[in-house]
Design a protein around this ligand. Sequence first.
Ligand SMILES: Cc1cc2nc3c(=O)[nH]c(=O)nc-3n(C[C@H](O)[C@H](O)[C@H](O)COP(=O)(O)O)c2cc1C
Ligand code: SF4
Ligand code: SF4
Length: 306
Amino acid sequence: MAIPTSRTKEKAEIRINEELCTGCGLCIEVCSDFGLVIENGKARPGSSAVFGCVGCGHCMAVCPEGAIEIHGRTLSPEDLFNLPPREKAADYAQLLTLLQRRRSIREFDGRPVEQEVVDKILEAAVTAPMGLPPSDVNVLVLDSKEKNRAFVKDFCEFLETIRWFVSDWFLVLMRPFWGKTNDEMFRDFVKPCFDIFISRMKKGENVVTYDAPLVMYFYGSPYTDPADPIVAATYAMIAGESMGLGTCMLGAIHPLIQYGGKARKFRKQYGIKYASREGLFVIFGYPSVKYNKGIKRTFASVTRMN
Ligand SMILES: Cc1cc2nc3c(=O)[nH]c(=O)nc-3n(C[C@H](O)[C@H](O)[C@H](O)COP(=O)(O)O)c2cc1C
Ligand code: SF4
Ligand code: SF4
């Protein structure tokens, strides 16, 4: 048995070097698959694995002796690297400052985002946790204003072909099926989005991705935990912020390119491999505006259990 993903459907292979293993039990402690046991003072694969080795790599990352190796599900010992020391990590005050200074930026100064910066964003984003390894997150990168604009122009043309989707007759028809909340969302948000995206683009103004010099689209596969692309996109956004970029998440495009033959054609045109439950666009660029104040935010609710 193994958990299927778009990248692999096999369980990983566990190899233990008994000569190196001291039987310390650390690998057993961190294996969330309950796939390891100690027998005769040595670690070995047990018989009560829940899914079969998912290839999280925790056992070989924790082993002080280098006695355990995982092969498969895209993982191998070559994927291990030496951890930077804790003192080098951002502390809470640094992180909070970075987060508090962030604003959604939709105004850019025209400078391109350097390739090294694009690579660093991806390097940071790929460290994001995922429902189950290996990550089933896919990323589309549009690394210039021109590529961004071409994408949005095609997107708006595609929207025109599915405009019936927000027509009054269709919304009246659908209301009994998808209920009041969806009806409100479509009338008060989706329909105005269609109108403004299409009409502004016709005048040469991009209010979909704001002509940012870098766009990244994080999306999943039919297997992906729906939260995974969102988590990765969040990491990417924070990485961009740490390098002085302005960023903005864009939720409006993903849901509109999921359903129907025309959406499939659009996805194919841009090498988007799958339709997926959740996905998120993030735009990046050097900001042309500077905010003077932060804005205090609140959650809808925070309930602390007694
Ligand atoms: C999931 C998500 C989707 C968003 N979608 C859009 C969008 O489609 N267009 C846009 O201009 N801003 C979008 N935003 C940015 C929000 O409007 C912005 O975060 C919000 O107004 C608060 O402003 P702040 O980010 O500066 O705190 C999105 C943000 C998130 C988290
Ligand atoms: S962590 Fe390493 S040394 Fe310790 S029991 Fe597991 S394989 Fe053996
Ligand atoms: S890779 Fe993960 S699931 Fe596999 S044996 Fe190691 S800790 Fe367990």
